[in-house]
Design a protein around this ligand. Structure first.
Ligand code: COD
Ligand code: ZN
Ligand code: ZN
Length: 376
């Protein structure tokens, strides 16, 4: 590995040339890491529902771009001033920008940085340039990570070390899907033992919410999805009931209200649609019901909520990356993993090589996979 240090590396990457375009496998040049950056050999990367939304052109982004934010790999080299990791360290990527120095980053209760919030940024490194080129053109970075490539360059603060014995092809799910869902339950909602929970959307993130609810000691976990093929896995992971809104004669919130004798204690929206946000809120009990919105609503989409829903004690809150901070999530998740508190492996339903990335996203789009992991 040492022979590549300080040099440009040529490798394969999946490039998205424009909005809605399929991935194209190309040879890219990856420049060496600059100050406070590191270059990473990606070993595994998961395909997340967020990229699926990007492929449907639901979020504005700078193109061409290398997407991917659920990565795990090995540090190839580090730039000047990097102190927390070194060549050969095993790390996972962190899509959330955390400068580590601002008032929010220094507050143990918050995980969104004052400098950038949850935004994925400009697609360039801090010096305003890109480390990727392809066919002579600069290629944008995505969400501080860009993992659909054999090598990537990220800020030092965009990785977390994972020195425990978790295989990187599993640990990549700590980078987004698993942590986002599990943390929404433990950190954001702080679900109490014995609670009744409903989970709207049973993708990889929703399944991780179910695992979190189980670990928190929920007495009932109701999975809601329009794709009934998701129900078997949801039950295996801890759902006690599963419902498709399309099978019902009444709105889902009314059915949940009746099933639970007054509404659920916690509902989680893990889809990112205005109508399911409204249904999740209306499903909560009127005294202490809490709704956590995990799914991101597309820019420009307004929520329509009946104001009467708040003539109650209900709470509605957002959650990004499960509320985790860079320095705390890996030790906690690794310890729970070792104690077998959750079943990370069962989220991975497919593995494919980088060249088959379009096939992987087709599996996700058609609801045939929970998490497809690319092995590079
Ligand atoms: N009613 C019920 N279920 C529905 C409906 C509906 N109207 N529409 C879709 N669904 C189901 C689908 O059948 C599917 O099972 C599930 O919802 C969505 O799952 P996936 O596999 O597409 O997506 P995930 O689980 O990988 O990700 C879902 C998110 C909502 C978390 C993601 O798309 C998102 O919005 N992410 C933004 C939040 C975030 O933290 N982003 C940063 C990095 S992810
Ligand atoms: Zn994600
Ligand atoms: Zn900060």
């Amino acid at each position: 590995m040492s022979s590549t240090i300080g040099k440009v590396i040529k490798c394969q990457a999946a490039i998205t040339w424009g909005p809605g375009e399929p991935f194209s496998i190309e040879e890219v040049e990856v420049g060496p890491p600059q100050a406070k950056e590191l270059r990473l050999k990606i070993v595994a990367t998961g395909l997340c529902g967020t990229e699926l939304k990007i492929l449907q052109d639901l979020y504005p982004l700078p193109y061409p771009i290398i997407l991917g934010h659920e990565g795990a790999g090995i540090v190839e080299s580090v730039g000047e001033g990097v102190t927390s990791v070194k060549t050969g360290d095993r790390v996972i990527t962190l899509f959330l920008y955390q400068c580590g120095e601002c008032a929010f980053c220094l507050n143990s209760e918050s995980n969104l940085c004052l400098k950038r919030g949850p935004s994925s940024g400009s697609g360039l490194m801090d010096d305003g340039s890109s480390r990727f080129t392809c066919k002579g053109k600069p290629i944008h970075h995505f969400s501080n990570t860009s993992t659909f490539t054999e090598y990537t360059v990220v800020r030092e603060t965009s990785v977390a070390k994972i020195d425990v014995a978790i295989p990187l092809e599993k640990a990549c799910l700590f980078s987004c899907g698993f942590s986002t869902g599990y943390g929404a339950v433990l950190n954001t909602a702080k679900v109490k033992p014995g609670s009744v929970c409903a989970v709207f959307g049973l993708g990889g993130v929703g399944m991780s919410v179910i695992m979190g609810c189980k670990v928190a000691g929920a007495s009932r976990i109701i999975g809601v999805d329009i794709n009934k093929d998701k129900f078997a896995k949801a039950r295996e992971l801890g759902a006690t009931d599963c419902i498709s809104p399309q099978d019902l004669e009444k709105p889902i919130q009314e059915v949940l209200f009746d099933m639970t004798n007054g509404g659920v204690d916690y509902s989680f929206e893990v889809i990112g649609k205005a109508d399911t946000v409204a249904a999740a809120l209306a499903s909560c009990n009127i005294n202490s019901g809490v709704t956590v919105i995990v799914g991101v609503i597309s820019p420009g989409v307004q929520l329509t909520l009946n104001g009467r829903l708040f003539f109650s004690g209900r709470t509605m809150k957002g959650s990004v990356f499960g509320g985790w901070k860079r320095n705390e999530f890996v030790p906690r998740l690794a310890s729970d993993y070792m104690k077998k508190k959750f079943n990370l492996d069962s989220l991975i339903t497919d593995t494919l090589p980088l060249e088959k990335i379009n096939e992987g996203f087709e599996l996700l789009r058609t609801g045939k996979t929970i998490r497809c992991v690319l092995l590079l």
